[in-house]
Design a protein around this ligand. Structure first.
Ligand SMILES: *Cc1c(COP(=O)(O)O)cnc(C)c1O
Length: 394
């Protein structure tokens, strides 16, 4: 007799986790792990955060879903708070924007691309994004993703997308012909290897977009909500995007994405232009409301900056770590050739998992570390000592 199993798009998972608490996870054999990955920069407040658990449980017992044909109770406060945080950095807009909820990151990017197309009009539907970027797996988000090898099996891609080298202003400017209506960038390329954009680069891109009436879309799905040490990654550069996409940390694991746009851009969407059955439902929005309240109460950006600085310092002490890049608690450790000893970063991550540390290989030679904002300094030291052991002993 054969059993039904999952499709193989993720390969065979190595571990079954059954429980979490803060930075810790336990598998089905009772083994404890330190989670320095957070489900790919999602559970910023740690696992089973009491305030999020309580909010989700209470909402589940009250009202889970009604559709977007009707208003719901948690939304107004969430929209108000998110809008304020998105504009809170240096150079932030004074005028409030508008927000659209989705269920995931790719959907948020998809909605942002549709909004940009509708606003700019046919003939100005071109989108320029960067090589090495990651914007999601739906067809248009995949087309924006600057990794041609991910396109190949699914050709033809939707029309109008082109890519330029990341953090290279000259290359970007040269690609801005009159058909281009939007530029889509990450403030730190997450999946692309944790590569931050230079502040001057983002400032120059903002200027040229202003001059030419091009929309600047910042994909903050991985960097947003405190991870880089500011509420949003673009706030390090002091620029305000026209459109911002969010998802990962927004619900601390409850699936939810969002798009923010300046009011004049948001106005392009009128009834009938876009929709989603589940998006913006009370259950997800109750989670977001609790997440935002907790993040503000603990000053999550400050925690990410402080703990990220500590983690960076400890990583640099490890024999076998050549350099560390990234911002706040979104870091990549570049491993030396000697320490890798013929292994890829993926092999090293799997050896770390065996020793009770969850990280991932973000390039063949670098590990990504994205612990939660509630990680303790003892846990940072414990995680670094596991990594040091793996690099030393193989
Ligand atoms: C993860 C990610 C996405 C895709 O989000 P999903 O929820 O997996 O669809 C898009 N953009 C960036 C920058 C991401 O890190």
């Amino acid at each position: 007799m054969s059993r039904a199993v999952l499709m193989n798009n993720y390969g065979t998972p190595p571990v079954t986790f059954v429980r979490g608490d803060g930075t810790e996870l336990w598998d089905d054999r009772g083994r404890r792990y330190l989670d320095f990955l957070c489900g790919l920069a999602v559970t910023g407040l740690g696992h089973a955060h009491p305030a999020v658990t309580e909010a989700v449980a209470a909402q589940a017992g009250t009202l889970i879903h009604t559709s977007n044909l009707f208003a719901n109770e948690p939304t107004a406060e969430v929209v108000e708070t998110l809008d304020r945080l998105i504009r809170s950095g240096p150079g932030g807009d004074t005028e409030p924007g508008r927000i659209l909820f989705q269920n995931s990151g790719a959907e948020a990017v998809e909605a942002a691309l549709k909004l940009a197309r509708k606003h700019q009009g046919r003939g100005r539907h071109g989108v320029v994004s960067a090589y090495g970027s990651f914007h999601g797996r739906t067809l248009a988000a995949l087309a924006a993703t600057g990794q041609p090898e991910k396109h190949e099996p699914f050709q033809p891609m939707p029309e109008g997308f082109r890519h330029v080298p990341f953090d290279d202003y000259g290359a970007l400017e040269a690609a801005l012909d009159p058909s281009v209506g939007a530029v889509v960038l990450e403030s730190v390329q997450g999946e692309g290897g944790v590569v931050p954009a230079g502040d001057e680069y983002l400032q120059a891109v903002r200027r040229v977009c202003d001059e030419r009436g091009i929309l600047l879309v910042l994909d903050e799905i991985q960097t947003g909500l405190a991870r880089t040490g500011r509420w949003f990654g673009y706030q390090h550069a002091g620029v305000q995007p026209d459109i911002v996409t969010m998802a990962k940390a927004l619900g601390n694991g409850v699936p939810v994405g969002a798009v923010w746009a300046r009011p004049g851009v948001a106005a392009a969407f009128v009834p009938g232009d876009h929709g989603s059955t589940f998006a913006g439902q009370p259950l997800a929005l109750a989670a977001v409301r609790a997440v935002l309240a907790q993040m503000q109460a603990m000053d999550a950006p400050a925690a990410a900056a402080r703990l990220g600085g500590a983690l960076r310092g400890q990583l640099l002490q490890i024999d076998g770590v050549d350099s560390v890049r990234g911002r706040g608690l979104l870091l990549a450790a570049e491993l030396s050739e000697e320490a890798r000893a013929g292994r890829t970063a993926k092999d090293i991550a799997s050896a770390c998992l065996d020793q009770g540390l969850v990280v991932n290989g973000v390039t063949p030679t670098a590990l990504r570390l994205a612990p939660p904002f509630v990680v303790s300094t003892e846990q940072l030291a414990e995680g670094c000592s596991i990594l040091a052991g793996v690099l030393e002993h193989g």
